[in-house]
Write a protein that binds this ligand. Structure first.
Ligand SMILES: [Zn+2]
Ligand SMILES: [Zn+2]
Ligand SMILES: [Zn+2]
Ligand SMILES: [Zn+2]
Ligand SMILES: [Zn+2]
Length: 372
């Protein structure tokens, strides 16, 4: 936690901020003077934050056995990951602060697997057809036979959030029922660039659909620009598991004759700069920008204008309700219209709290979704 008045004329008093705002209980201050000076800013948000704090219990509600620990404000990520034997390993590296400090997007690797035993992760195709609609982590875990003590959901929230956004788009008739192909423009990937193998799970979530995802953003390393990646299920750590049977051709449970179910392509640069090149041979069905931080980065403005112009449904996610609220304000003023899909909680938000938040407001990766 940081003092909400940080950055005012006088420096913060040392130590963690202990003076909470008694009304919203969402912010804290290092000193009375910072609380007083910040009131001119905070007065316009305090009531809204108070309402958002009332929904904290719902946001902190997950079916996992580790929920209690993973929803605490105090940092427990490193010990959590250590206990599951995955601390600073492969795709898990950027799930704690000490791991992320030693990785860079240049290390983008595709060979990483789950680093979990096969019964804890979806390393092969599903053993039963997907239920009509998955609406909770519990539904998903039951269908994929993953026990509720598995940490796999900490990475699976990426493909599941893609699934949720697409379900919302279909439900709101922004997308036709998907036939056999789905083209996604995925904007501003960051951390997920180091976790790309988990997107292989999309082939289980969209059986028989050929998915092509263009990942476009400034965090894509320039020397990987244009690279195409065919994904299959990320593998488990067991040498004798059947996910190792078909090296180079792990397609045994595929139901269609499609060449590859999930293809990613990397593009370095901002969307509005790459767009012309991207749509040369095909147009996207949907645009996704996860954990977008629209209100925090002015570089979103030209992209928002472009999205409005091309009339492709676009879905965004953010870490907390307040960030989503501010993003929607930005979208409304940049496009002149309110988002069609109002801010809603994502059932597939990452079930582990973001540690370095400036608010007591519950903060999760892919916590809320909204769309244009
Ligand atoms: Zn302060
Ligand atoms: Zn307040
Ligand atoms: Zn760590
Ligand atoms: Zn396996
Ligand atoms: Zn380039």
């Amino acid at each position: 936690m940081e003092c909400a008045g940080k950055g005012s004329r006088t420096p913060c008093a040392g130590g963690p901020p202990t003076r909470g705002c008694h009304r919203c209980r969402a912010v804290a201050y290092c000193s009375l003077s910072h609380q007083v000076s910040h009131w001119s800013v905070h007065r316009s948000e305090c009531k809204r934050l108070e309402q958002q704090m009332k929904r904290a219990d719902v946001l902190n509600d997950f079916p996992f056995t580790f929920t209690r620990e993973a929803t605490q404000i105090q940092g427990t990520r490193c010990s959590f990951l250590t206990r599951h034997g995955i601390h600073c390993l492969g795709m898990w590296k950027c799930e704690c602060s000490c791991g992320i400090s030693t990785t860079s997007f240049d290390n983008l690797r595709l060979a990483d697997g789950w680093n979990l035993p096969s019964e804890l992760c979806p390393c092969t195709g599903p053993s039963s057809p997907i239920p009509k609609r998955l609406t909770t982590w519990k539904d998903y875990c039951e269908w994929r036979c993953i026990p509720l003590y598995s940490p796999a959901a900490l990475l699976l929230h990426w493909p599941l959030t893609v699934y949720q956004a697409i379900q919302l788009a279909i439900h709101q008739c922004l997308l036709p029922q998907i036939s056999n192909e789905l083209r996604i423009h995925y904007l501003g990937p960051e951390k997920e660039l180091l976790q790309l193998p988990v997107f292989g799970e999309l082939q289980a979530l969209f059986p028989g659909v050929r998915m092509h995802i263009d990942l476009v953003g400034p965090a894509v390393p320039h020397h990987r620009d244009g690279e195409q990646i065919d994904l299959s299920y990320a593998r488990c750590s067991q040498m004798d598991c059947r996910c190792k049977d078909s090296v180079g051709n792990h397609t045994e449970i595929r139901t269609t004759s499609a060449p590859c179910a999930v293809t990613l392509q990397l593009h370095a640069g901002c969307y509005h700069d790459c767009y012309g090149e991207l749509v040369k041979d095909s147009f996207p069905h949907i645009i996704l920008a996860l954990n977008a931080g629209i209100a925090a980065y002015t570089s979103w403005l030209p992209t928002l204008e472009l999205i409005k112009e091309i009339k492709v449904p676009a879905f965004f996610s953010d870490y907390c309700e307040e960030a989503s609220y501010l993003a929607v304000c930005c979208i409304s003023s940049a496009t002149g219209t309110a988002p069609k899909i109002q801010i809603q909680m994502n059932p597939f938000r990452q079930p582990s709290r973001v540690e370095e938040s400036a608010l007591f407001l519950p903060c999760y990766s892919n916590c809320f979704l909204f769309g244009l």
